[in-house]
Design a protein around this ligand. Sequence first.
Ligand code: ACM
Length: 503
Amino acid sequence: MVVPRPAQLANTGDAPFTLLPGARIIVAGTGAETVGRLLRDELATDCRRDLVVVHEPPAFGDIAIVIADDEGPVGHPAEGYTLEVAAEGVRIGAATAAGAFWGVQTLRQLVPAACDGDPLTVDAVRISDHPRFAYRGAMLDVARHFFPPADVKRFIDAIVLLKVNHLHLHLTDDQGWRIEIASWPELTLHGGSTGSDGSPGGFYTADEYRDLVAYAAERCVTIVPEIDMPGHTNAALASYPELNADGVAPALYTGSEVGFSTLQTGDAVTDRFVREVIGEVAALTPGPYLHIGGDECLSTPEEDFLAFIDHAAHVVTEAGKIPVGWHEMGRSSNLPGGTVGQYWSFRTPREGAADETLSFVRAGGAVIMSPADVAYLDIVYEEGDPIGQDWADGATDLRSSYEWDPARIVPGLGDAHILGVEAPVWTETIATIEQVEDMAFPRLAAVAEIGWSAAPADTADIDTARDFDAFTARIAQLAEHWDALGTSYRRVADVPWPESVAG
Ligand code: ACM
């Protein structure tokens, strides 16, 4: 009944819990009050209940959130939690605010959302849960089409229900530059002024970006900023003539080609640009990661590409952050130790992607798995869909996005070297947040479960190792929560959606 599937869930068979009008949210321990207030707000949205948050001993019928070192499942302090539902009350225990917040997300899914006026009852259960991987991510491409802060917050609200704890923002590309850089103001003033298909563009001021990062952090989500370099840089090149070899700025670009732009690697102005941009973005980033792209640099000579990304990655470490890059960066053997690679080839690796990915591990780094044919959520669900792309071997239905495993893709790359999984939403064809959500849900739930829940039994055939029918039954129950939240989702044929759900 919960997505992602918890590590251990037992129905106790005892009398259920009833959420009565006088129920309170009891909080104890560092960070519990914030988590309690989020639960209060979420229950108000999900099922129109109005609870108070108090620091008092629990009484019959209360919901307690307790954070202390010895709470939560043994061996899983970072994000683990326990959740007990009984007639007397509900109790969430965790060693950290993150663990408690994920326990809250589980509780939300157990409480019926379509609940006007009815007494709200929850079956008595005992849950002990923790993630398989530390990094469960979604990516939003705000460069092709710009999404204002309110849209990004709405997306954060939707992903936390699935315990997704990283939001990678693809902030720059040929079609737009979306983050204010004080030392290079034309990047946003000019480079941010349009987007794909001539869409209006836009950008985040530094203050708006800080606010987004804080909003995410309160919900246990780390924002991972990406400044894509040295390719995918037409918006920057169009903003500053001096970044171009011939001193002439190209026109702004609103099409969907890739691979035609490159920074002038080795040039002194480019070097200053890279240092100042990375310095400012690092200063806006409390999280550990700063992504520098490195993908599809088809116009950058190989030697220049290697020298550039080595240099840029070292600038990131000097700025105090861990560099992250798409797997092409693994062609270098001089990246700083600990650089994180992001795999975006297919379930069966192509064109050197496996070796490039392993090179991050050889340098002491880890890998985020985003295989494009199963984890790219801008790929159409079925051929003929009006929005989305189909270059990743055609359509990706819900079953495909569920029946794969990150540790069975690159030979030699197992759980120990996998930081986690991430599902990107590229937006060349996607213009509104409703369209983003329609492409993301329910498929993001599949990727989130792969990232959180235990690996399937070690059978040879991954297609039979995951129980797709049980997964779709659990997805059907999410629909009422998506309806309550106002989250758009695709009513794919595989899911036994409840009749009453509007969709
Ligand atoms: C990518 O899809 N170019 C990372």
